[in-house]
Unconditional design. Structure first.
Length: 249
C-alpha cells in the first residue's frame, strides 16, 4: 500500500458520518453511496424515521455494504461516545457564535490528526438543534450561492466526503502525545461543572441564560487531552470536598 492510499485508509478507519433523525430513507442510501465513492465506510444513524427501507437500498447503488454495516443508535450521545473531535454541519446562523469551518478547512483539520472523528448531519428540514450542536467542537458550513443555499443531505455528505478524501491524500498524520478527551468524558465533565457552578451560586438553574453553552464553547475550543481534563475534574472534586466538610475559604 502506497503512502497516499494508506493515508486515506487511516482517515476512513477513524472517521464516521453521523446522520441524525433522517426523515427520508433515500437520503440514507444516497449518503452511503457518497461515502463509498470516497472510501468512507463508517455510517452511524441516530433515530432514523424509516430504516431499513427499500428506498435506502435503491439509492445506495453498490454501497449496500456500507448500509449493512451502519450502526443504529437511539441518541446522539451514544453515537459520539468515544469521539475526540465532533463537527456538526449547520447551514443556519446561530445566536451564540461557535467555531466555524468550511468543508475544506474541516477536512484538513481531520486529516492532519489521529483523532476519532464524527461529522454530524441533522434532519433534512430543521438541521441539528442547539442541544445537539453543543456536543460539537466546531460547526461546518458549505458555502453556497446567495440565491439558493439549500443542499440535499446526500449532496452535502458527498461534498464533505470528497474534501476528506482529498485532504487525506496529502496529510501527514501527527498523533498527540496524550490522547484527547472523548465526547462522553467531556459530557461527564460538563455535568460536574454545572453542578459546581450551581452550588457556588455562579449559575442560576432557574435563569441559566447561555452560560453553560458559553462554557462548552470555551472548553471545546481548547481540545482538552485526558491529562488536562483530569486536572479540571480534580479541581471540581476539591471544591466538592470543601463543601462536604463545611469549610469556607
Amino acid at each position: 500500500m502506497d503512502e497516499e492510499t494508506d493515508g486515506i485508509a487511516r482517515l476512513a478507519r477513524r472517521t464516521r458520518i453521523v446522520l441524525v433523525r433522517t426523515s427520508h430513507p433515500g437520503n440514507i442510501g444516497g449518503a452511503a453511496r457518497a461515502m463509498k465513492t470516497m472510501s468512507l465506510e463508517r455510517l452511524v444513524l441516530v433515530a432514523p424515521l424509516r430504516y431499513p427501507h427499500a428506498d435506502a437500498t435503491a439509492r445506495a447503488t453498490g454501497a449496500d455494504d456500507v448500509l449493512e454495516r451502519a450502526r443504529i443508535c437511539t441518541t446522539l450521545e451514544e453515537a459520539l461516545a468515544d469521539c475526540t473531535f465532533v463537527i456538526g454541519a449547520s447551514a443556519r446562523q446561530r445566536t451564540l457564535p461557535w467555531p466555524l469551518l468550511d468543508a475544506r478547512t474541516a477536512a484538513e483539520r481531520v486529516a492532519a490528526s489521529e483523532e476519532e472523528t464524527a461529522i454530524v448531519f441533522g434532519p433534512e428540514q430543521s438541521g441539528l438543534d442547539n442541544r445537539e450542536l453543543e456536543r460539537c467542537g466546531a460547526l461546518l458550513r458549505i458555502p453556497t450561492g446567495p440565491a439558493y443555499a439549500s443542499l440535499n443531505l446526500a449532496a452535502a455528505v458527498q461534498i464533505v466526503a470528497y474534501e476528506l478524501h482529498m485532504a487525506a491524500r496529502v496529510a501527514v498524520a501527527r498523533a498527540p502525545e496524550t490522547p484527547l478527551a472523548t465526547a462522553d468524558e467531556l459530557e461527564y465533565f460538563y455535568a460536574h461543572l454545572q453542578r459546581v457552578m450551581e452550588a457556588a451560586d455562579f449559575l442560576d438553574p432557574e435563569n441559566p441564560k447561555h452560560l453553560m453553552r458559553r462554557m462548552r464553547r470555551l472548553f471545546n475550543r481548547a481540545h482538552l487531552d485526558r491529562n488536562e481534563l483530569n486536572i479540571m475534574r480534580g479541581l471540581l472534586a476539591a471544591y466538592d470536598k470543601l463543601r462536604e466538610e463545611g469549610i469556607e475559604r
